[in-house]
Design a protein around this ligand. Structure first.
Ligand SMILES: CC(C)(COP(=O)(O)OP(=O)(O)OC[C@H]1O[C@@H](n2cnc3c(N)ncnc32)[C@H](O)[C@@H]1OP(=O)(O)O)[C@@H](O)C(=O)NCCC(=O)NCCS
Length: 302
């Protein structure tokens, strides 16, 4: 079932776009392709309407920033990043991100098929008909596992450093943030990675946030603006900050694959060898020492 209607553009423009996508797919499928050169060549054409070599002569500053070897990503500064895997996907992530700044990326009839092709060469796995709208960010990309018919809407952050699974028919709405790493309260550099799982047909609705290690079951829903710290059972609707499952969809029984009560949870991996042990609880409840001060009151502590 869908509420989307087909939209067609000028046949000539569509043919040009389809040729471009087919050519991109073919070149990426060739193991001999130099991904850095491919990405900078496409960007020079899309952004400045000329060949990369010409752009280098005309506007070196612009050209240098199209070559992913001259660019850094936040993930490159993380200890947890597999530098070899990242180097392989980096030119394609740079192409994805930078095309989003151009009409090519902002135009869904071209941008979505281009991203579908790029995802096939960046993600650990991607199923059929992946539909990703513009301005979506990943941490490393290579830890994304995506099923069939998954949709990711605009301005989403998919922090996949610890792994994200988006199962078949899952939908991630605008401005959602899904994390897979967390920092200790007392020591920022003490980082734990945990795979975050979004089940089949689950809907993560606008402006919500999911913290590392949560398992959202099949057909579950996270309400708008919610903050999910743990799990949602099948068909559950979790709301609020922090989110609690307070409603269930009225549904006939159906088979469930991702059920948070049985699905394997990621116990977590430490990302920094300086902190090899599991991080203990590091917060306490307030007591009388923490009572709000009355106006003018001075408290001696120690
Ligand atoms: C959660 C949601 C589905 C509403 O479900 P519902 O059961 O039809 O909602 P109701 O309006 O009957 O509200 C039920 C209760 O949930 C509360 N509630 C609804 N949305 C909430 C939200 N986002 N956060 C916190 N509480 C919420 C209501 O205040 C109400 O509380 P009460 O029982 O104490 O009065 C909806 O608010 C929501 O977040 N929708 C997301 C939008 C969406 O579909 N986005 C997808 C785009 S692809």
């Amino acid at each position: 079932m869908t509420w989307l209607i087909p939209v067609n553009i000028d046949a000539g423009a569509q043919a040009t776009f389809s040729d471009f996508v087919r050519d991109l797919d073919g070149r990426l499928a060739d193991p001999g392709t130099d991904r850095v050169r491919l990405a900078r060549e496409i960007l020079a054409e899309a952004m400045y309407g000329r060949a990369y070599e010409q752009l280098t002569a005309d506007a070196p500053l612009a050209a240098l920033n199209l070559d992913s070897r001259n660019v850094t990503f936040e993930a490159e500064y993380y200890m947890a990043t597999d530098q070899e895997k990242f180097a392989r996907v980096k030119p394609l992530l740079w192409l994805w991100k930078t095309l989003d700044l151009t009409p090519v990326g902002q135009n869904p009839v071209l941008g979505i098929p281009v991203r579908r092709v790029l995802a096939g060469h960046i993600f650990r796995r991607v199923g059929a008909d992946f539909k990703c709208w513009q301005n979506v960010e990943f941490s490393v990309g290579y830890n994304m596992e995506v099923g069939d018919n998954v949709v990711v809407h605009r301005h989403v952050l998919l922090d996949d450093i610890g792994g994200i699974e988006l199962h078949d028919d899952a939908s991630v709405s605008d401005y959602v943030n899904i994390y897979s790493h967390t920092h200790s309260v007392l020591d920022g550099p003490d980082v734990t990675l945990k795979r975050t799982v979004i089940g089949r047909g689950a809907r993560i609705t606008y402006h919500s946030t999911i913290l590392a290690g949560a398992v959202v079951s099949d057909d579950a829903m996270l309400a708008t603006h919610a903050l999910l710290r743990d799990d949602i059972p099948p068909h559950g609707i979790a709301m609020g900050v922090p989110a609690r499952t307070s409603r269930f969809k009225v549904r006939p029984e159906s088979d469930v694959k991702v059920d948070s009560r049985t699905y394997p949870h990621d116990a977590g991996r430490k990302a920094n060898p300086q902190f090899p042990q599991p991080t203990p609880g590091q917060t306490r409840l307030p007591d009388e020492r923490d009572a709000p001060l009355a106006a003018g009151q001075v408290v001696k502590r120690g």
